[in-house]
Design a protein around this ligand. Sequence first.
Ligand SMILES: Nc1ncnc2c1ncn2[C@@H]1O[C@H](COP(=O)(O)OP(=O)(O)OP(=O)(O)O)[C@@H](O)[C@H]1O
Ligand SMILES: [Mg+2]
Length: 222
Amino acid sequence: MNAVSVDKISFCYGSEKNILDDFSLDIAKGSTHIIVGQSGAGKTTLLKIMGGIIKAKKGKVTVFEKNLENKKDVERARKTIAYIPQNLGLVENSPAIQNILLGCLNRIKFTDTLTGFPEKEKTNAAEIAKSLGIEHVLNKKTGLLSGGEKRRVAIARALMQNPKILLADEFVSDLDYENVKHIMKLLEKMKKQYGLTLIIVDHHKEYVKKFSDKVTLLERKN
Ligand SMILES: Nc1ncnc2c1ncn2[C@@H]1O[C@H](COP(=O)(O)OP(=O)(O)OP(=O)(O)O)[C@@H](O)[C@H]1O
Ligand SMILES: [Mg+2]
């Protein structure tokens, strides 16, 4: 079974030329799939189409073999997908634990958090943080954390969503090899624990191959 499939999709921003043109890709359930390509090739755009954040102009997108046709399909699919943006999208002024807890807002109503997050979610967040080895930084301001710690906070926030698919954009690109190894090993552990499919965008082709089941190269249209 495929976790995500895009079939002959095309996409352009406004009236600009196509960034993706008749592009197809299948991502097997449970795999670690890495998408590489030059800057401007459309990696972020493709990831956002897979996550139902933006819609292809042409072609078909399926998540666990269900078409993303209307708003309802997209909403249903997005409950299974966690997306970590290129800049991580963390609130730097808030403690790490607040950032992690934000992940559960796709499952519970914001109004249920007005007097604080439910105890159950706090316990869940603490357990996830512990499994990622960041329990000691939970009360620290996120902006003060190291690059590796911030990434682990972003993973923890994503896991709070109970996803089946994790999309991570340029997640390890600016780390040195030792840290890449560390983060990829952690992701692999989380993948097994949560039954995830990992789709990761990266700039480098060579070293990420070691950590993936498949690498797709996206060519830039000039
Ligand atoms: N919101 C937007 N409006 C107009 N053009 C955009 C928008 N977002 C991206 N683009 C353009 O689309 C092309 C593909 O962008 P995209 O961000 O998908 O590339 P990328 O492969 O992720 O690049 P990078 O490796 O630099 O992150 C680029 O030429 C970019 O300038
Ligand atoms: Mg990008």
